[in-house]
Structure formats: structure tokens, C-alpha cells
Write a protein that binds this ligand. Structure first.
Ligand code: PMP
Length: 422
């Protein structure tokens, strides 16, 4: 029975029971229309209302300024690894083209010649690699534009015996210098789901007047803490952890990166420069112009996310996401507290300074396979599910997303105590 278990899976992840109960009704009959939400047109007034309400709830929760747009795509988080590259490289190229055209006038051949040189010498995408998801994103960037254009400004494994688990001080990062216009963007993953590493705060070296465009993957800590949206060019996340069910990714993008304020390079120009032309379904200007309805958007998925967000808005009122942040912090504090209390039994994997509030990764008895198996079996008997670590790193991972209740965290703490003292 649903009420007997607490699920700590890393995504897909639990959803509020009240939302799922309502979902089962709207699947059959939405607003007494006699048909369900998966059956109605994405262009119907009902769908438009759902889109508008969901955007509104997210804007309220995260205090998203008016000069940002919210997009919904079917890309998953991984699709955004590619979309960010296609779109921001396109913005960068067009900006450079316009600058050169300003200097040399209408001579197209000359513009192209100079632009080729600028791309060759100056196009850099900076990646902070702090775990397996930012690593994957950096690899996708290299696959698309070539590794010569990808600057891994930080590989956090280097300072930590080849393993993720620390974020070295910013003074040791190797960001592309801001002179010459700096990198096309700087990318990081705010919370590394597999490795349990979360940025404690926005990096200082990415702030300031001539700050680079910052692009952050918040798939696994979306709406779990306050975010100063203005510091980001793009924030994205798949819905299936903190917000909703699998099927959509949400992109928050600074409007100045979209037309009419910013033009993107034409496909012809990108081809001339041997740069990739992205699929139209990942093209932010196209998605934005069509209010995320360029093609068939899974409106049911948007509805679920909207219900989860509206629930948070109602629960926390003017505290907005600050209320959820307090609960998330408290749950993480309780669980880490129990782990730290028994250092002979448990070892938290990442360094204390970067411990994720969302994915709590630890080993039992030094990673002894049999003992970890027994730990998981014991947990399962208590209805504590989904605690197995990612297959690539093993160990235990308790994902502490928004729909994991304080009660669930306390039940896990009780089990950690019981196991350690048995
Ligand atoms: N980024 C992060 C931080 C993730 O945790 C995940 C999925 N676990 C992804 C990206 C990829 O998301 P998707 O499976 O939706 O492509």
C-alpha cells in the first residue's frame, strides 16, 4: 500500500498522493468535458490555461523576473545538454558575425573569412565537471562542436583521487578569460544526482558586470531552494524528480537571448562554419515564439507539474520556495546527522562542504557488498524503498526530493539508528 512505504528513488521519484489522486480523475474526465486530459488538444483553451497556470506558479515560487521566459520541451534533461549548446553557440556566432559585419561592411566573403578565424580561435564553452551529469553534458558539447571548443574549466576528480566528491576552490578553476568576450557560456550542474555533490552557492567567479552567460542543470534540485534567477542565462531541469512525472523538461531563459533582442545564426551560416544545426524541436526561439506549442506538448505532464507547484505556492504562501528549502534542509540535516553519528558503520561519500541536500550518498561498512545488500534488504522490510546507489558508483543513495515527507526522512533516520546499533 502507498501509505506503507517511503520511496527514496533518484528519479522518477515520488509525487504528492493528492496530486496523483486528482490525476487519476482528470485522466478520465477533465473539468466535466467527458474526455480526459491525455485526449484533449494541446491547442485547446483548457491546455492553454494549464500552461499559463503552470508558468505562473513557477514564476511565483522562484520569483522569476519578467525578462525571463519559461519553456516546456519533451527533451528530457539530456536533450537540454544538446539544446544549450545549439542555442548559445548560435547566439555567440551571430553576435560575432554582426560585430565583424559592422567593421567590414557588406562584403560577405570577407565577413565569413574573418568569422571562420574567430570561431576557430575564440569559440569556447566552459564546463565545470563536478559529477557524472556535468561530465555527460561536456561530452555532448564536445560531440557537437568538437573537443577543441570545449574547455573543461574544472574536473573535480583531479583533486580527489580520480573520484567525484569535492568542488575545489574557484581560484583553481580554469575559466576562459573574460577578455576577448570570454566563453560562449559557462555550464554547471547545480546538483549531481549520482555523486551527491551540490553547489553550496552560486560561484562568485561567475558574477559581475561582464559575467559570462551561465547555464545550469537543476534537474535534481529544482524548486528545492531559493535561486537568484537573474544570475543565470538558462536554468533547466527534467520534471521527473522534484516537480512531476517523466516527459517534460522546463527551461527558464533570459529573454535577451531570444529574438527580437538576440538573433540566432542562420542554418546556412552555421553550415558554412562547420557548426551543428540543431533540430527544430530544440530551437529555443521556435519554442518560445509558439508558447511551447510548436509541436504536441504532453499537457498532462505540464498539468502534474503545475499541480505540484500550485501545492507549494499554497503551502508556503509568501515564503514561496523558501518554505520548501527549510523542509529540504531539515530532512537532509536529520539524515546526515544519523550517518555522521556512526562513523564506524556509515561513510558519506562527498566532502562535507558540498554534500547534496537532495541525493544523500553513503557507504555501509566501507562498501562491503554483502553488508550493503543486507542494509537494503532490511530497509525494504521497513517500507523504505529506492535506496540503492547508482549502478556506476554503487553504495546507498537516499534521494530527498520535495515529495519525500519529513515523516519519511524520520523513518529513514530511525532505520539508520537501528541498523547501526543492532
Ligand atoms: N541531469 C541530471 C542532474 C540528472 O539527474 C538527470 C537524470 N537523472 C539528467 C540530467 C538526465 O535527465 P533525462 O533522463 O531526463 O534525460
Amino acid at each position: 500500500n502507498r501509505s506503507d512505504v517511503h520511496y527514496f528513488g533518484a528519479g522518477p521519484a515520488p509525487l504528492p498522493t493528492a496530486v496523483l489522486e486528482k490525476a487519476s480523475q482528470v485522466l478520465l474526465n477533465y473539468k466535466d468535458k467527458g474526455i480526459g486530459l491525455c485526449e484533449i488538444s494541446h491547442r485547446s483553451p483548457e491546455a492553454n490555461e494549464i500552461l499559463a497556470d503552470t508558468k505562473q506558479a513557477l514564476s511565483t515560487l522562484l520569483d522569476i523576473p519578467d525578462d525571463y521566459d519559461i519553456l516546456f520541451l519533451q527533451s528530457g534533461g539530456s536533450g537540454e545538454f544538446s539544446a544549450t549548446v545549439y542555442n548559445l553557440v548560435s547566439v555567440w556566432v551571430e553576435k560575432k558575425r554582426a560585430e565583424i559585419a559592422n567593421e567590414v561592411g557588406d562584403n560577405k566573403d570577407e565577413v565569413l573569412k574573418r568569422l571562420r578565424k574567430v570561431v576557430d580561435e575564440e569559440l569556447k564553452l566552459d564546463y565545470l565537471v563536478t559529477g557524472s551529469w556535468s561530465k555527460k553534458a561536456s561530452e555532448e558539447a564536445a560531440r557537437l562542436v568538437g573537443s577543441k571548443h570545449v574547455n573543461v574549466a574544472l574536473d573535480a576528480r583531479k583533486a580527489n583521487d580520480g573520484k567525484f566528491g569535492k568542488i575545489p576552490p574557484e581560484s583553481e578553476w580554469n575559466l576562459t578569460p573574460r577578455k576577448n568576450g570570454g566563453p560562449a557560456f559557462v555550464y554547471f550542474c547545480d546538483n549531481e544526482t549520482v555523486d551527491g555533490v551540490e553547489f553550496p552557492a552560486f560561484p562568485k567567479s561567475l558574477e559581475g558586470e561582464d559575467a559570462p552567460l551561465v547555464c545550469a542543470d537543476m534537474s535534481s534540485n529544482f524548486i528545492s531552494r531559493k535561486v537568484d534567477v537573474r544570475k543565470y542565462a538558462i536554468i533547466f531541469g527534467g520534471a521527473q524528480k522534484n516537480i512531476g512525472n517523466t516527459g517534460i523538461a522546463i527551461v527558464i531563459i533570459r529573454k535577451s537571448l531570444l529574438p527580437p533582442q538576440s538573433q540566432h545564426a542562420s542554418p546556412e551560416l552555421l553550415r558554412e562554419l562547420n557548426l551543428p544545426v540543431g533540430p527544430i524541436v530544440l530551437d529555443y526561439p521556435t519554442i518560445a515564439k509558439n508558447n511551447s506549442l510548436y509541436n504536441t506538448l504532453p499537457i498532462f505532464d505540464v498539468w502534474v507539474a503545475g499541480q505540484v507547484m500550485a501545492g507549494l505556492v499554497n503551502t508556503y504562501g509568501i515564503k514561496r520556495i523558501g518554505g520548501q528549502e527549510e523542509i529540504s534542509n531539515e530532512k537532509a540535516r536529520l539524515i546526515y546527522g544519523a550517518l555522521d553519528k556512526y562513523p564506524d558503520v556509515y561513510r558519506v561519500v562527498p566532502d562535507k562542504s558540498v554534500r547534496s541536500r537532495m541525493n544523500i550518498c553513503f557507504r555501509v561498512h566501507g562498501g562491503d557488498a554483502d553488508k550493503e545488500k543486507a542494509f537494503l534488504a532490511g530497509a525494504e522490510k521497513k517500507g523504505l524503498l529506492g535506496l540503492k546507489g547508482h549502478r556506476s558508483v554503487g553504495g546507498i543513495r537516499a534521494s530527498n526530493y520535495n515529495a519525500v515527507s519529513l515523516e519519511g526522512a524520520k523513518r529513514l533516520v530511525a532505520y539508520l539508528e537501528e541498523y547501526a546499533t543492532a
